[in-house]
Every structure is written in C-alpha cells, then in structure tokens.
Design a protein around this ligand. Structure first.
Ligand code: ZN
Length: 404
C-alpha cells in the first residue's frame, strides 16, 4: 500500500511534498491501494532512551525539590504518597522481578505512556529481566543491554557491579547508568571515579550527567560515550540539566529520555517541548536526532529504527499543524497522532487507518479522543479497571488519552 504524504522527515535531511511511502505489512486488506494525505506529516517512530516502566505513577513524588542530589530524593520518594499508592499495586519484591505479581499492570501502563507519545522503542532502565518480560510488550522494550543504577547507590535494584556489567556487555550492548545526578560534592566527583573504573566506553550510555564539567563532557565525546538528558525530570529534581551546549560543542552522541512520571513530565512529546523551551537556540531538526538516529546509535539497535525509509514497517503519522516537519513536533499532542505502526502492525491512531488492515477487533481498545474515534492495541482500559479495583477508587493517569 502506498501513502502519499505532503510532508515528512526522510533520512533526517529533507522533506518534500507528495512523498511516497510504501507500507510493509502482511495485514493490509488491499496492498495495492494508494492513498493521499494532505494534512499529515510522516516520521520514523520515536525512541525513548530512558524510562522506568514500572514507575510511571502520578503525581510526581517529592516535596523538597530541588535536591542537591537524587540520592536524597530516592529515599524521600520511598515515603511519598504517590509511591505508597503505587506500592498498593506492586511492592518491589527486592528481586525486581517485573513479570511477577501485579508488576505487569504497571509496566504495561508504562508501555502505553510510550505508545501514546509515538514511541515504538523504549529503554526500560532496571535489572535485566527474563525473556518473557520483553516478549510481553507490543513495542520494542529493548532486551540487549547491561546496566547499573548509579555509582553512588550501586545496583540496589539488582544486577552486578558496574565493572562486571560493563564487562558482560562485551562492547556489543549498551551499558547504561545514572551518573552525576546532582550538584553536590559526590555528584561532582563521580565522573573522576567513573573514568578511573574504566567505565567510559563507546557502548556506555550515561543518564543525566548533570554535574559533568566541560572537560569531562569532552572526554565523553572522545570516548564515543552517549549521554541521555531527561529535561523535566532534571529540572524537577535538581533544577538544571547537564551543560547541553558543551555536549553539542564536543559532538557527544546526545539523546532524550522521559524518566518515569514519578519525576519526569507526562511523556516524550512533553519532554521535546520542554527541551526546546530550555534550549530555544537548538534547532528542532537537531533535537529530532536526539530521539531518533542518535538514540538508535546509543541503544545499539537496528538502523531500521530512527530512520524513515520509503518502504517501511514502522511509521508515525502526526497531524500537520506547522509546515516544517520538525517545528510541527512542538505543536504535537497525544490526540494529534493519527497512526503508529510497528512491524507492520497498527498500534495506535485514528480508526480510519485501522480499517485498512485485516485485524481482530477484539485485540484493540476503541475510544474517543478530541472527538475523534481512536484505537490502540491491547486493553489499557482493563488494566485501569484492575487498578481501580485494587485501590478501591478511580485513578487517572495523564498519559492516557481516554477516560474510563
Ligand atoms: Zn532514571
């Protein structure tokens, strides 16, 4: 099937009118049909480089922000009302086994947070899980990685030491770690320790790095280490982000993530807007690479992600509100997503798109958003029903674009 789109981001460099997209999906009813859309912009689906799927509860936890270091917040969070409410659904079993108990209710809500903001790839930072965990999602929650929580707190949630985890990655998988998430002496000294332990590698992905100094950022660039910024989480917890200008000056492979909603904003669309607001001089074209091609590189995943090919099984269509496809993303909200396809399967969008596919309607949830008929894969409304029954009252989450 061909979609003729008036604007798109193709190979990150160009956009043109009447761009022809060949949809690759075995589920299409009429593969030879050609449809033209004048009011939609096409993108590669987005990549969220940092989230904690099990932690996407709301509202944010912590009343004494900004903190000098997130280590203080982590302890305070554990006694906060949102965290205690979340724990009524699932209390960390100390082994952090996310396939056990009610954890899947929460991790799948986290998946929906990402789906409703156009992401088909997400890095779920936590201890490596059994294969069944990654198989349970409708999008790519990446399974090939090694990690440590942080240097200051170690792998309290599971996993080996940072050095052992890096070794296990063997240079072939990303090694992911929160680093320098604060402004105090420990945060400021963390890069030195990090480098001394030999953790600065081309497959390392540093999360946050707020306290990193100019020369330390330069060393990251030289080592090929990637850095992930979660703008709203950083501003909420610490009051600032890493020196982004230095990252770009030295050519660091820079990416964006959301963090969980216990500290971050609603979703990636909101983080994109926030980042542009904090750094208005950085072009949207540049920012776009932070959650597409740069993220593909940082997470060491197949290059089919983060790039829109003219024949594709992964696709994101968003309403055109601004003619420049990059600027259009500043205007984009959850209801503006008209179609999200992953591996040839319709994931989220307007029902007019779902009608083009041979699907089983029972596999989808149908709802109205901004007076439009929408669909999403699976049944988030049933997850919310279960959560309401556990809590004994109705819970709303801001990243779900429907009321139930
Ligand atoms: Zn995090």
């Amino acid at each position: 099937m061909k979609f003729i789109i008036n604007t798109c981001v193709h190979n990150h460099e160009q956009y043109s009118s009447n761009f022809e997209l060949q949809l690759r999906s075995p589920l299409l009813k009429e593969p030879r049909l050609s449809l033209k859309f004048d009011d939609l912009t096409a993108y590669p689906p987005f990549i969220n480089s940092h989230d904690h799927l099990v932690g996407n509860w709301h509202p944010r936890a912590g009343n004494n922000n900004p903190y000098e270091t997130t280590d203080v917040w982590v302890e305070e969070m554990k006694h906060s009302a949102p965290f205690k409410e979340r724990n009524k659904i699932w209390l960390n079993d100390e082994k952090f086994e996310l396939t056990k108990g009610n954890a899947p209710l929460l991790t799948h809500l986290g998946m929906y947070k990402n789906i409703f903001s156009g992401c088909v790839v997400v890095q779920d930072h936590g201890p490596n899980q059994v294969e069944a965990y990654y198989d349970s999602f409708e999008i790519n929650v990446i399974r090939n990685y090694r990690q440590c929580h942080s240097l200051s707190l170690g792998n309290w949630w599971g996993g080996k030491s940072a050095e052992e985890e890096l070794k296990a990655a063997g240079g072939k998988e990303p090694f992911i770690i929160h680093l320098a998430e604060g402004t105090d002496a420990t945060a400021r000294d963390s890069f030195r320790k990090f480098a001394e332990k030999g953790l600065l590698k081309a497959n390392t992905l540093i999360i946050h790095g707020i306290a990193l100094q100019d020369d330390e950022i330069k060393k990251c660039a030289e080592a090929g280490t990637s850095i992930c910024c979660c703008p709203e989480s950083n501003h909420f917890l610490i009051g600032k982000t890493i020196d982004v200008d230095a990252c770009l000056k030295y050519g660091v492979n820079f990416v964006l993530g959301t963090d969980s909603t216990l500290s971050g904003s609603v979703n990636l669309l909101e983080e994109i807007k926030a980042f542009k607001n904090y750094y208005p001089k950085i072009s949207m074209q540049k920012i776009f690479s932070f959650f597409t091609s740069n993220a593909q590189k940082a997470l060491m995943i197949d290059p089919q992600y983060g790039h829109l090919n003219s024949a594709t099984e992964n696709l994101l269509l968003i309403k055109t509100k601004a003619q420049d496809p990059y600027e259009n993303l500043i205007e984009a909200d959850m209801p503006d997503i008209q179609f999200l396809m992953y591996r040839g399967k319709p994931i989220y969008g307007s029902t007019e798109f779902l009608d083009l596919f041979k699907i089983n309607a029972e596999d989808y949830y149908f709802f109205t958003s901004n007076n439009e008929a929408k669909f999403v894969i699976g049944h988030p409304e049933k997850i919310m029903e279960k959560i309401d029954s556990i809590l004994g009252y109705h819970k709303t989450l801001p990243y779900l674009p429907f009321q139930c």
